[in-house]
Design a protein. Structure first.
Length: 109
């Protein structure tokens, strides 16, 4: 059975990637799919982990996180966004800046 993405609501998760598949964007995307939502993601860091331990974390540069978010919003504007591990102050600031209220043109101006 083929599902048309255009007919599904879109959600974005901004989080780390879990190589064990039990947390992070992997868990979020499974949840989105179970709820009938097309899941998109912006990865903040890559982890080496399994259910028992984390053996490494590699952050993604903040500008690349922003590019991922912009790419999703350009073609697949999400109805909902959730965050997980944002990893660093730089990434947190970048995400906050992207979602900060933007000024709009005044009526009649």
């Amino acid at each position: 059975m083929k599902i048309e993405i255009k007919n599904l609501p879109v959600a974005l998760t901004i989080a780390g990637s879990d190589s064990g598949g039990g947390a992070g964007i992997q868990a979020d995307l499974k949840t989105f799919a179970a709820l009938g939502v097309h899941g998109t993601s912006a990865i903040t860091c890559v982890t080496a982990q399994n259910p028992k331990r984390v053996t490494g974390i590699q952050p993604i540069r903040a500008d690349m996180v922003r590019r991922q978010i912009e790419a999703v919003f350009d073609e697949l504007p999400p109805a909902a966004v959730k965050t997980g591990m944002l990893y660093s102050q730089e990434i947190i600031r970048g995400v906050a800046k992207f979602f900060a209220p933007r000024p709009t043109a005044a009526a009649g101006g």
